[in-house]
Write a protein of this length. Structure first.
Length: 268
């Protein structure tokens, strides 16, 4: 279901957003959604923080992905589950927003996001401020229509070099067109950093092999906007033979676009 407020919006309702108090929201993942990677819980937490920050600054500016000190993944979740979102706003100014938060499913922690910091940029470069105000009023009122997300396709990944347990080299093709660009963002389409982190994590798990899965990412830095149609060169370097930690880098046109450390575990 394409269109703004539908293809990449992960807050159905904002339940509390008073200054100085915990910001709370909720998002029900449609049962029919084809794919909902765990990284989108971090997107939901970030979007709740973004709505709060933008409303406090009258939608003059909006945050974009910047830094995340640590993301930890908890209980598994997916289509049909509901995310209860909590955010602690540390600061929100015309230059940046700082916060931390978490997502719960059935009272159990599904994701924790620590030390998130995003630069603020003019909102009108990315979306219509009047439309965003209207969407915010919907979220703090009756809430957005349910069941409006179809799922997200995995990006095209091509592994070019693999040394099992040590390193991997690959390319990631950002689609020239995708439904989520209608939400991210209408006036300036950008490949979502959370989808990039999902792809980087899956490649790190492939490099580690033997049933490895990502349990956390640290020191995430998004250094550039990644537009539709670009191809990223991806590098995974584990800390040693058979290590369950390492570093991932995505390069665009030869320059770092995003970097992170990754932690994995063996699935028993």
């Amino acid at each position: 279901m394409p269109g703004r407020f539908r293809a990449f919006s992960f807050v159905d309702r904002i339940l509390a957003h008073a200054p100085g108090a915990t910001v709370r929201g909720r998002y029900a993942i449609p049962a029919r959604a084809s794919r909902f990677p765990a990284s989108l819980a971090a997107e939901a937490v970030g979007q709740l923080a973004a709505w709060t920050a933008m409303s406090r600054l009258d939608f003059r500016v909006r945050p974009v992905a910047g830094l995340a000190g640590e993301t930890r993944f908890g209980r598994p979740f997916g289509p049909g589950d509901a995310l209860d979102l909590e955010v602690e706003m540390e600061s929100a100014t015309d230059t940046d927003v700082a916060y931390h938060g978490r997502a719960l499913v059935g009272g159990e922690v599904a994701l924790v996001l620590e030390h998130a910091l995003g630069p603020m940029l003019p909102a009108a470069e990315f979306d219509d401020p009047a439309a965003m105000r209207a969407d915010f009023e919907t979220l703090i009122g009756a809430g957005a229509p349910a069941d409006r997300f179809d799922g997200v396709a995995a990006p095209e990944l091509a592994v070019e070099e693999l040394e099992a347990g040590r390193r991997l080299r690959a390319s990631l093709a950002i689609p020239a067109d995708a439904p989520y660009f209608a939400d991210h963002f209408p006036r300036r389409p950008v490949f979502p950093a959370t989808l990039l982190m999902d792809a980087l994590g899956s490649l790190a798990a492939r490099a580690a092999g033997d049933g490895a899965r990502v349990v956390g990412m640290q020191d995430v830095k998004v250094r550039a906007f990644m537009p539709p149609g670009e191809t990223l060169a991806v590098f995974v370097d584990l800390d040693g033979d058979g290590a369950l930690a390492g570093r991932v880098v995505a390069r665009m046109q030869g320059k770092p676009a995003a970097t992170a450390k990754v932690s994995l575990e063996r699935v028993r």
